[in-house]
Design a protein around this ligand. Structure first.
Ligand SMILES: [Zn+2]
Length: 328
């Protein structure tokens, strides 16, 4: 077992030293520790959903200062390629990796982060709430606004709706003036989905949810499916789409096969879109929405760092509702 004590890191010239106040636990942490992420090299300090206070800054830094409350985007990007320069840095052509894999993460008391990643958190947002904004809220924000381009009045299906990303996707769809059908397994998750504004809920353990989707839409299908689960739900998701429908695939998707028949794709002009996390500009937008009370972060538990292992076990059994947060 690796040493659990590490030295307080020193910020590089473009970095900030962050005193971690909260770090959320994500399904992606399991993907990494299971060795399913090819470029990850152990030992790793996990933790990419971060909120904290700037303690010190490097020589070149002028955008934050000690004492600032901050959260961070998830990726290490080049800042120079055509994608970075056009506000699409999550698909950076010279991608440097992930915080929590290729740079030490926030399952720790201190971490260093390039200050280009940081967005300030107002006093009104608690650190646990702030820690989940970039991923659990930012990821569906990017998927629904920039990729699916959801329009008022459209019908949107969210799979995995009771999980950390799904719970915020429901709120975002409602905020955008669209209708939402929440799909998940188990009454507790579906009850949360209802509470957050889902117009219809469907327990996927009963089988093919496209039947409910067709009933809900008078046989037409949904204009958008936000597919947060993977191979298990993909077939039903596709069958739930309307003519001209868009399916957006997000997150730590399980499985490797997504089968779609070309004839149905052509006949219905379906669009299948990938969506990758959140840009810094969008993160600032989501922070503003949370500060204004338009989106409520769903933090269902706050635990000391020592509980990381037990939380991972609960996450693996899909027992976690919303997001849980560590306080190092
Ligand atoms: Zn780039």
């Amino acid at each position: 077992m690796p040493d659990e004590n590490v030295a307080v890191p020193q910020p590089g010239p473009d970095d900030a030293l962050i005193r971690v106040k909260a770090c959320a636990v994500d399904q992606f942490d399991l993907t990494i520790r299971d060795g399913k992420f090819p470029t990850a090299k152990t030992p790793i300090i996990l933790g990419h959903e971060i909120a904290g206070v700037v303690e010190a800054v490097g020589a070149n830094v002028d955008n934050v200062q000690p004492g600032d409350r901050v959260t961070s985007t998830l990726y290490l990007t080049c800042g120079k390629c055509r994608f970075c320069l056009t506000g699409r840095e999550t698909i950076c052509a010279d991608f440097k990796g992930y915080i929590g894999i290729h740079a030490p993460g926030a399952y720790a008391e201190y971490t260093t982060i390039p200050t280009v990643n940081l967005v300030k958190l107002p006093e009104s947002i608690s650190f646990p709430d702030g820690s989940i904004i970039a991923n659990a809220i930012g990821t569906p924000y990017h998927a629904l606004t920039k990729r699916a381009k959801v329009q008022p009045g459209e019908r949107v299906i969210v799979t995995g709706a009771g999980g950390g990303v799904g719970a915020h996707a429901i709120q975002l769809v409602k905020m955008m003036g669209a209708f939402v059908m929440a799909v998940d397994i188990g009454e507790e998750k579906l009850a949360l989905a209802r509470e957050l504004g889902a117009d219809v809920v469907c327990d996927a353990s009963a089988g093919d949810f496209s039947i409910t989707a067709r009933e809900w839409t008078n046989g037409e299908g949904a204009e958008v499916v936000l597919e947060l689960v993977g191979t298990r739900t993909f077939e039903s998701s596709l069958k739930s789409l309307s003519r001209g429908g868009r399916m957006v695939i997000v997150g730590s998707h399980t499985g490797t096969e997504l089968k779609a028949g070309p004839q149905a794709m052509i006949a219905n002009e379906w669009e299948i879109l990938g969506s990758r996390n959140v840009t810094k500009r969008e993160l600032a937008e989501v922070v503003a929405l949370v500060a204004a009370g338009r989106i409520k972060p769903i933090v269902t538990g706050i635990y000391p760092l020592e509980e990381a292992e037990s939380l991972h076990q609960r996450l693996r059994k899909q027992e976690i509702i919303g997001r849980v947060v560590l306080e190092p």
